[in-house]
Write a protein that binds this ligand. Structure first.
Ligand SMILES: *Cc1c(COP(=O)(O)O)cnc(C)c1O
Length: 358
């Protein structure tokens, strides 16, 4: 069976060494040595000044909204993402206002944001979808002009660099996910990346119930992560450069085999990509379903990343149309991509795709 992804796992002995040390210390959670070490190593590796390791990438988005004191109002966001981008906004009782995507990166169309700004707008929440950058310069300029904070959901952007810096370094706050399906993972986990001491202090307080010992300072939640999760991250981080080299080789093999047969996004040239996903765009939904079925028959399971377009979620109060996102969501498929996917299997997957589309 070939799934869309396969979690990277370090050599068992490497992880077990951390586990033994953790059990010996008996310090299992609450800002233990592995959590602190992972935070330090991630900041170093990604070149970031402030980073808080949290329990997942969804609560990271909720903390970002709370750190900016956004408790109501409209959040301008993209309909083309994983559901957590929008559900975190709704869970915080804010209103998502959808702006359609542009067709090179499938990220929010910066040129359409201004028209969606109202007196109730509280923030812009972009998503670096597949690890491709939003139009950061244009969004920054708009945000400054309208005095709005920018939150980037960077769940898929780990180790993507743009204009010589980590993609996670942009915006007022960026979040990341370290879920087992992501390029770098801690089984479950995520991070909130801030750009100043005061936002960092708020996040680090809120993620552990808002108190320092007996001093209760602000409303908080439990978004801490454990020593065992941090240890998985410490093991995996060493392998990230190697993982990216291998994923790049897989992507380039697909490029070669699929050239001319399918459409692909066109990320900007100044992106140093992390090869997190391999999305292909089929002619229409019928073609997508045929390709999916043909692959499934051979026990190959690509995923409809991302479907449905989130402006069509059934539990939204108000329906907003986003024609480009809806169109892309109806015909985009992410092919299996992981470090040790064999050239043989890449060839097999490509030949099935080509056979169906021709
Ligand atoms: C994976 C993902 C999330 C959610 O992260 P979890 O760690 O699973 O909570 C949020 N947004 C995007 C874009 C994602 O890909």
């Amino acid at each position: 069976m070939i799934n869309v992804t396969k979690s990277f796992l370090p050599p068992t002995e490497e992880y077990m060494q951390y586990v033994s040390a953790i059990l010996e210390r008996g310090w299992l959670t609450n800002q233990g040595p592995c959590v602190l070490d992972l935070e330090a190593q991630l900041k170093q590796y990604l070149g970031l000044p402030y980073l808080s390791f949290v329990s997942n990438g969804t609560v990271a988005l909720q903390l970002a909204l709370r750190a900016l004191d956004i408790l109501e109002g409209e959040i301008i966001t993209t309909p083309f993402s994983y559901v957590a981008t929008v559900s975190s906004i709704l869970w915080e009782r804010c209103k998502p206002v959808f702006v359609d995507i542009e067709l090179n990166t499938f990220c929010i169309d910066a040129g359409k944001i201004e028209a969606a700004i109202t007196p109730n707008t509280r923030a812009i929440m972009g998503v670096h979808v597949y690890g491709y950058p939003c139009d950061i310069e244009a969004i920054d300029a708009l945000a400054q002009e309208h005095n709005l904070p920018v939150i980037y959901d960077g769940a898929q952007a780990f180790a993507s660099n743009y204009l010589g810096k980590s993609l996670l370094s942009y915006g007022t706050i960026t979040t990341c996910s370290f879920h087992a399906t992501k390029l770098f993972h801690t089984i479950e986990g995520g991070a909130v990346i801030t750009n100043n001491q005061s936002d960092y202090d708020k996040v680090s307080l809120m993620l552990r119930f808002g108190h320092n010992s007996d001093d209760h300072i602000r409303l908080g939640i439990n978004a801490k992560n454990s020593e065992l999760h941090a240890a998985m991250g410490l093991c995996n981080l060493k392998y990230v450069p190697d993982i990216i080299v291998k994923r790049k080789a897989v992507s380039e093999a697909y490029d070669l085999h699929l050239a001319g047969a399918v459409c692909r996004p066109v990320p900007p040239a100044r992106l140093d990509y992390n090869y997190a996903y391999y999305p292909i765009l089929l002619e229409d939904e019928a073609a997508l379903l045929s390709v999916k079925e043909a692959l499934n028959k051979k026990q190959i399971f690509p995923r409809r990343y991302f479907y449905p377009s989130l402006n069509r979620l059934p539990y939204l109060q108000e329906k907003q149309a986003c024609l480009l996102s809806e169109n892309v969501a109806s015909r985009v498929l992410s092919l299996p991509l992981y470090a040790d996917l064999s050239m043989e299997n890449i060839e097999l997957i490509s030949s099935i795709v080509k056979e169906v589309v021709s």
